[in-house]
Design a protein around this ligand. Structure first.
Ligand SMILES: C[S@@+](CC[C@H](N)C(=O)[O-])C[C@H]1O[C@@H](n2cnc3c(N)ncnc32)[C@H](O)[C@@H]1O
Length: 408
């Protein structure tokens, strides 16, 4: 297993060694496990041993791995992999990413508790025969037999063929992926796609939105904000289900309306994972590893903390910056109801339970700064005063704060 891990690291190093121009051309910006986990969590209750989940541009498998966590697990490694093999399909134009996806799925099965078994490297590349090198835009058979399609397609600019129904010239390849996907899947198939914000908001994509809305029902959009610290592009998640019969594209059915509606409804909970700090000082023993320890006393209001001097042993959940903490203690009449601090740095942090922490899906400092701007605004203050009356802040209130910044 150690040798496999080394090989896997070599492959990841390969991805990192692709020059920025090559990464941009092929759209090589991976979802990352925390965003993949949070967007795929909504599929959790729906996946079973009969599900067939396809990622037509799977990269090194972040979305497929997040879905595999919701599939049945067996006691033995081979039995678990046999179930997962039937359920998972994928394509990528790079062999290294396909191999990496397979290896990571094996490691995920072990991490979830499957009994370890000796497994040779060449056996791994033969596993998952439906995850292979190929063009996701022509993998029509895979799309047709899917119950779910999950995708974070490449965002590079490409020119469309003369047969394209909704545009001509150069467009974002994510729009082309969604066009092909929603055309090829069967009625009832669910789609979950991470897409660049320009598809939701750009006038260039008005016809595309109408087309997608004519094919999908139960559509919902959630805004995520900046994709990652490496890819400075705002993204949203589109969820939907293929209609039983496709309606004619029309502006009345357009995603434009749903997009506007979704923006109006967009909340802090769509963009940040919100938790109460788990350390209860008088209940939890000082046991386990020692971590930087955050409390209201060492979280100066509206500042950015780069180094935490207090430490505490803790054996529960700890959190990797960047994130924002908000004091739970708050009263009407306070100048600000939600008093925030940004936490940066590289070490995991233990957080006391007088603080609520907000981890941006985008995992960027920029997303933390945007949140501070929102929390300081008079609209948020008014909204919290109305919602919370005399009570202290709760996780559900913080999650429901409307996202009123223009960047939404
Ligand atoms: C934005 S990454 C996303 C990868 C993965 N789905 C994830 O969520 O991490 C896009 C991937 O699409 C691949 N790609 C680009 N063009 C493709 C095509 N025509 N068919 C299949 N994969 C493609 C790239 O190699 C890259 O790994």
């Amino acid at each position: 297993m150690a040798a496999m891990m080394r090989k896997h690291q070599d492959r990841c190093a390969y991805a990192l060694s692709i020059k920025p121009t090559g990464r941009r051309r092929d759209g090589i910006f991976f979802t990352g496990s925390s965003l993949a986990e949070s967007v795929s969590a909504s599929l959790g209750g729906r996946l079973s041993r009969t599900s067939v989940i396809t990622d037509p541009a799977c990269g090194s498998g972040d979305l497929l791995i997040a879905c595999a966590r919701h599939l049945p697990k067996k006691r033995g490694l081979w039995e678990t992999l046999t179930v997962w093999e039937r359920c998972l399909q994928g394509a990528d134009i790079h062999q290294e990413f396909v191999d990496s996806t397979k290896l990571r799925l094996v490691l995920q099965a072990v991490a979830l508790g499957a009994d370890r078994t000796r497994i040779r490297r060449d056996e791994i590349t033969r596993l998952f025969p439906k995850i292979n090198v190929g063009n996701g835009l022509t993998a029509i058979d895979k799309l047709k037999n899917s119950t779910h399609v999950v995708t974070n397609p490449p965002f590079a600019m490409v020119s469309v063929s003369s047969e394209c129904e909704w545009t001509s010239g150069i467009v974002n390849s994510a729009a082309v992926f969604l066009d092909v996907t929603t055309r090829s899947i069967e009625p009832g198939t669910r789609v979950l796609a991470i897409l660049p914000d320009v598809l939701r908001s750009g006038s260039r994509y008005l016809k595309w939105r109408e087309l997608i809305a004519s094919r999908l029902t139960d559509v919902s959009l959630s805004m995520i904000g900046q994709f990652s610290r490496y890819a400075d592009v705002d993204v949203f998640v589109l969820r939907g289900k293929k209609r039983a019969s496709v309606t004619a594209p029309s502006s009345s059915a357009s995603l434009q309306k749903q997009a506007r509606h979704a923006v109006a409804r967009s909340t802090v909970g769509d963009r940040y994972i919100v938790h109460v700090g788990p350390v209860v000082p008088h209940r939890h023993k000082r046991a386990g590893k020692s971590f930087p320890y955050l409390t209201p006393q060492n979280s100066p209001p509206w500042e950015t903390v780069t180094k935490i001097d207090t430490h505490r042993r803790f054996s529960g959940s700890v959190f990797r910056p960047p994130f924002v903490v908000v004091r739970r203690t708050s009263r009407p009449g306070d100048r600000h109801r939600a008093v925030c601090t940004i936490i940066t740095g590289h070490a995991n942090v233990a957080v006391e339970n007088h603080l609520i922490l907000l981890i941006p899906h985008a995992r960027t400092l920029h997303a933390c700064q945007e949140l501070l701007r929102l929390m300081k605004s008079p609209q948020t203050n008014r909204w919290l005063n109305h919602r919370m009356c005399c009570r202290h802040l709760t996780v559900s209130a913080v999650k429901s704060i409307p996202w009123t910044l223009e960047s939404a």
